[in-house]
Design a protein. Structure first.
Length: 163
């Protein structure tokens, strides 16, 4: 929760700095990219919801500021300003959404791998226990003077325990 609040405050502050001041208009396109680390943070830590919410918040501030005549995308006509802003927001949206989808898919793959390893481990554990128990039984039943058979049973027990 604390991380979400810190990210939100940083994102709103950076968006207002980039789009909400005349300073941004004087240095066009130099600080709009300072939003990307925050948007990537939202994508990585909060998934699709975080990426979508962060992009929406930046978009609202950017549209509001550009319509008022502030920010790096201001041109003579409002339609032109909003067009350039729209292109920038499309790049932001695609970047954050693709990143969050890739991370979500990776997390699903990791969970599937862990589930498969747990299933295989469980399926191998029962036969190995049976082999170990059978080897222990053979070691007790075999005559003590049959060294070769006892050695084979001992090897079987060791291999079963190791596996």
């Amino acid at each position: 929760m604390v991380e979400c609040v810190v990210l939100s405050a940083a994102l709103v502050s950076a968006s207002l700095l980039v789009f909400g001041t005349r300073f941004a208009a004087e240095h066009a396109f130099t600080q709009v990219y300072m939003l990307f680390p925050l948007l990537i943070w939202a994508s990585i830590r909060f998934g699709l919801r975080g990426a979508t919410t962060a992009t929406c918040a930046v978009s609202v501030i950017a549209i509001w500021s550009t319509a008022r005549g502030y920010g790096p995308f201001v041109h003579d006509r409002l339609a032109t300003s909003l067009f350039f802003l729209q292109v920038f927001m499309a790049i932001v949206s695609v970047t954050t959404l693709v990143l969050s989808v890739a991370i979500t898919e990776r997390n699903h793959a990791v969970k599937a791998r862990e589930w498969m390893l747990a299933a295989v481990s469980h399926d191998l554990k029962n036969p190995l226990q049976m082999i170990g128990l059978s080897a222990s039984f053979l070691a007790r039943v075999l005559p003590p003077d049959d060294a070769q058979a006892l050695k084979l049973v001992s090897n079987l027990q060791e291999a079963s325990d190791r596996m």
